[in-house]
Write a protein of this length. Structure first.
Length: 205
């Protein structure tokens, strides 16, 4: 998982509520057995009218937002199915944080497990950022996870809350498997003690 420390980049406002995972990653992109090519699927039906024909009015197709590092979204973002592909596709497009008032719980968890930072703010703060970032000349944010701040285009510093363990995992680039492996010495010690008192349970090697 790529660490998240301090990132500066363009932010795209997508204010519509209840954008579900089928919109973020349509089902036709779930057929592969690897994560390859999911950047193409991210918001595919909003980005294209037909293969290769972009919708010029969609924010991520417009100059200034095409390479957006952040999305400032409407409430209940990521609802619908539990497909992790939605997070993978956003990351492959270069999106590193999503800022909104609320996120669907499974999507929220998938974000943290893959290095995509979900930031929850108050409605007035999100509306303010969306208004600023709708201007191509004022659409750059800085998200500092160490300090737990967002620096808005107008210079305002917005603080956000985050679970300390998840913050540390994101800063270190530590996914669930890496976190478990960090306890490997303790796990081996427990295993040794366990089988020493219960030798009949020890698996054959």
């Amino acid at each position: 998982m790529e660490p998240f420390t301090t990132i500066t980049g363009a932010a795209a406002p997508i204010p519509e509520p209840n954008i579900d995972t089928d919109v973020i990653m349509p089902k036709q992109f779930l057929k592969g057995i690897t994560r390859e090519g999911l950047a193409e699927g991210a918001f595919h039906d909003l980005r294209f009218t037909a293969p290769g024909r972009e919708r010029p009015d969609f924010i991520l197709n417009r100059p200034g937002w095409r390479e957006a590092r952040f999305l400032v979204v409407g409430p209940n973002f990521g609802c619908g199915s539990s497909r992790e592909h939605a997070v993978w596709g956003l990351l492959q497009r270069g999106v590193r944080a999503i800022i909104g008032t609320s996120f669907a719980s499974i999507f929220h968890d998938n974000c943290f497990r893959n290095g995509l930072l979900p930031v929850g703010l108050e409605p007035d703060q999100v509306a303010h950022l969306q208004a600023l970032c709708a201007d191509r000349e004022r659409n750059r944010l800085t998200v500092d996870l160490e300090a737990r701040t967002i620096t808005a285009p107008d210079g305002e510093i917005i603080r956000f809350a985050i679970d300390p363990l998840r913050r540390d995992d994101m800063l270190q680039g530590r996914d669930a498997i890496a976190a478990t492996l960090g306890w490997s010495n303790d796990l081996r010690a427990f295993e040794g003690r366990h089988f020493a008192t219960r030798p009949w349970l020890e698996p054959r090697r």
